[in-house]
Design a protein around this ligand. Structure first.
Ligand code: AMP
Length: 299
């Protein structure tokens, strides 16, 4: 695996790859790589001739009161994980490289970026969309890969790519989970032992929603109420939001009778804010209509 810290040499390398007629897959991350990131890299490697992974903790997507300073960083471990998972190139730029003096352009998907996560983190998606636009322009991949865990991010990037005629396919990869169902996340490292146990409540809440909808409950309000009640039964958990949404528009739904909906959660366990989501549909309606052929349950 080759490591690059600067845009110029990475571009020169990728120009050579493209000239050979090879396809390029791209997995952007903030580093602190775990098995969820590994799953994205492996999927990209299965689809494409060459895989580029980036690790960059993007200051523009953190608000002043958030965890930018203490976000876990370990570039040596990340390079080993990326390489073992099959990445061919690893891009780890500095902030001077990404936002040189005088930088001022922003890219935004304002409506879809204002709901759910955006309602709680108002500048977050502007930071995400701007840095992903830059990375797409630098790497120019055939395909870019995102995890289901950050579903709203994926939908927003699909919009970006469509609206700005960017020639990359956006691919959704199922969430990789711990054995108790907790979605893998770099932020799980913040959890104490007791909080780590409590964090399994997110997955249990998603499974409750899944079961209710499969058993014929069609009222989104009823599902939301029971999910909120279950999460609130965990003393270390406090709810930021529980939402049942249309997976294409991100708008809240009221009836679950005739299609696939997404249950999206943001829950604080102690001081750590965790997100997760799950597609739900009445028995007999396949979720495969919605971008994903399957979603992964806890093993
Ligand atoms: P992050 O490093 O947290 O910004 O995430 C980088 C990419 O990895 C995003 O596309 C995430 O959705 C994806 N990702 C993070 N955690 C998981 C997980 N547990 N399973 C699958 N993808 C994940």
């Amino acid at each position: 695996m080759r490591t690059f810290q600067q845009v110029g040499p990475l571009r020169t390398y990728l120009r050579g790859i493209r000239a050979e007629g090879k396809t390029i897959g791209f997995v952007p991350t903030m580093g602190a790589l775990h098995d969820g990131h590994k799953g994205l890299i492996q999927r990209a490697k299965g689809d494409c001739d060459l895989v580029v992974t980036s690790a960059y903790v993007n200051p523009a997507q953190f608000a002043a009161n958030e965890d930018f300073d203490r976000y876990p960083r370990d570039m040596n471990a990340d390079q080993a994980i990326a390489s073992n998972a099959g990445a061919d190139a690893f891009f780890m730029p500095s902030t001077d490289e990404m936002y040189p003096a005088g930088f001022q352009t922003v890219v935004d998907v304002p409506d879809m970026g204002a709901v759910l996560e955006g309602a709680h983190r108002p500048t977050h998606f502007r930071g995400v969309v701007t840095v992903v636009t830059k990375l797409l322009n630098i790497v120019q991949p055939d395909r870019i890969y995102f995890g289901q865990k950050d579903y709203q991010q994926l939908i927003i990037i699909e919009h970006l790519v469509r609206d700005l005629n960017i020639q990359s396919a956006v691919i959704l990869v199922p969430t990789v989970r711990e054995s108790d169902g907790l979605a893998m996340s770099s932020r799980n490292a913040y959890l104490s032992e007791q909080e780590r146990e409590a964090a399994a409540i997110l997955y249990r809440a998603l499974m409750l929603a899944d079961e209710m909808v499969k058993n014929g409950v069609t009222s989104a309000d009823e599902v939301k109420r029971d999910v909120e009640r279950l999460i609130s039964s965990e003393p270390l958990a406090s709810i930021d939001y529980v939402a049942l949404i249309n997976p294409d528009t991100l708008q809240e739904v009221h009836s679950l009778a005739d299609g696939v909906a997404l249950v999206a959660l943001a829950v604080r366990i102690g001081k750590t804010r965790l997100i997760d989501n799950w597609f739900v549909a009445p028995a007999g309606i396949p979720i495969s209509k919605n971008r994903l052929s399957s979603q992964s349950r806890a093993k």
